[in-house]
Write a protein that binds this ligand. Structure first.
Ligand SMILES: Nc1ncnc2c1ncn2[C@@H]1O[C@H](COP(=O)(O)OP(=O)(O)O)[C@@H](O)[C@H]1O
Ligand SMILES: [Mg+2]
Length: 369
């Protein structure tokens, strides 16, 4: 029998070639992972969609180029390849409690003042800028700061009736949906949140807010470990926690205690990584200089000790302190160094989360009798 060699481009050949392109994080090929959709072929024109697990994927361009190269090298050197890069954030499968919220990320720190809220706010905006649907809950009973950072101080949330329930309408700023424990009391009412009251307030913020569809719900926790932390892990399956620290020894030691809580056998919230804030000072007039004012290696040391990656280092910058007080988080300003740091940080977080969802069992709510 005589076989005629098929010289044309076919879907089979395209998929075979893309079967050689691996997702660098998930370490499997794009076809096996089900990430290739809508293959279209018209003569030399080849089009398809790559569905990533997060729009904040830092490897987006590398994956796209690898796809184009695979088609050219393995199918046809003259192919005109058009790759449409999209993303669908994977849901932590056990989040039945808030089915429209795909992932819950706790932002924690051992000490106050290390920049936890600054990091949470800017990271939330960076994730939203990548195209993800993001919400941020300010659960810091000691010092709620989101109303000031996002400029909704002195504003009361409105209610809307959804299916017979009155739900809070989240504030929305810079693409991020927001709710703060600070808005549950009148601004002139100084309040010391005690255990059960704080727990009730947190539940209200999470469950009685009309969040809509959310890819990443970030929770800015109070420093240390306390009632709010326990309430959170009992109320929701937390997909992962990140720990914010500064390089100082005391901050690192306290951050370690916070991380240890998440890793207790009865809690088991995976630590997605460590963020070192105020890692070094970069003066405006000498942007190539790094001054390690608070010491060096604290974040990396903590990451190693708790066996989690160091997700990023944020420099100390004058703009960071200034912007926060006027309702415009610094990532929206002109400081390119800071913008880049937060964008990369958010990508690393999304990446770690995607790896965690692909490789580890889903998070469970913590039950305590
Ligand atoms: N990288 C940084 N560079 C300069 N100032 C910072 C930086 N990170 C945080 N700050 C400032 O430090 C103070 C504490 O930050 P904040 O985010 O409120 O800390 P936390 O939430 O941990 O208590 C704020 O005034 C904030 O603007
Ligand atoms: Mg704070």
């Amino acid at each position: 029998m005589l076989f005629k060699k098929d010289k044309g481009i076919t879907e089979k050949k395209v998929l075979e070639a893309l079967g050689h392109v691996d997702d660098p994080d998930l370490k499997k090929d794009l076809v096996t992972l089900g990430m290739i959709k809508d293959v279209k072929i018209d003569g030399k024109k080849v089009g398809f969609t790559v569905v990533l697990t997060t729009p904040a994927c830092p490897m987006k361009d590398a994956i796209k180029n690898a796809c184009i190269n695979a088609i050219k090298l393995m199918v046809d050197m003259e192919a005109e390849v058009d790759v449409n890069m999209t993303a669908r954030v994977v849901q932590d499968m056990n989040n039945q409690v808030l089915p429209n919220v795909k992932n819950v990320i706790a932002i924690s720190s051992g000490k106050g003042g290390v920049g936890k809220s600054t990091v949470a706010a800017n990271m939330a905006i960076a994730l939203s800028q990548s195209g993800a649907k993001v919400a941020l809950v300010d659960a810091d009973i000691y010092g709620p700061s989101m109303p000031i950072m996002f400029g909704f101080e002195n504003q009361r949330p409105t209610l809307e009736n959804v299916g017979g329930r009155d739900l809070l309408v989240p504030f929305e700023r810079h693409g991020v949906k927001l709710m703060s424990i600070g808005v549950l009391v009148k601004p002139d009412q100084a309040i010391v949140w005690r255990g059960p009251m704080a727990s009730k307030a947190l539940r209200q913020l999470i469950f009685d807010t009309n969040w809509g569809e959310i890819d990443y719900l970030l929770i800015d926790l109070p420093p240390g470990t306390g009632d709010i932390h326990l309430t959170l892990v009992q109320a929701l399956p937390v997909t992962g926690a990140v720990v914010v620290t500064t390089p100082q020894k005391v901050a690192v030691a306290d951050a370690r205690k916070g991380a240890d809580m998440f890793q207790l056998p009865q809690i088991q919230v995976p630590i997605l990584g460590v963020i070192e804030n105020m890692a070094y000072f970069v003066p405006d007039d000498m942007p190539e200089k790094k001054y390690h004012i608070f010491g060096k290696g604290g974040g990396a040391g903590l990451a190693e000790a708790i066996q989690a990656p160091l997700l990023g280092q944020i420099p100390m910058r004058e703009q960071l302190a200034e912007k926060a007080d006027v309702g415009t988080p610094v990532i929206l300003g002109e400081d390119e160094l800071v913008k880049k740091s937060f964008t990369e940080l958010s990508q690393r977080l999304a990446q770690e989360l995607a790896i965690r969802l692909a490789t580890k069992p889903s998070s469970q709510k913590v039950r305590m009798e």
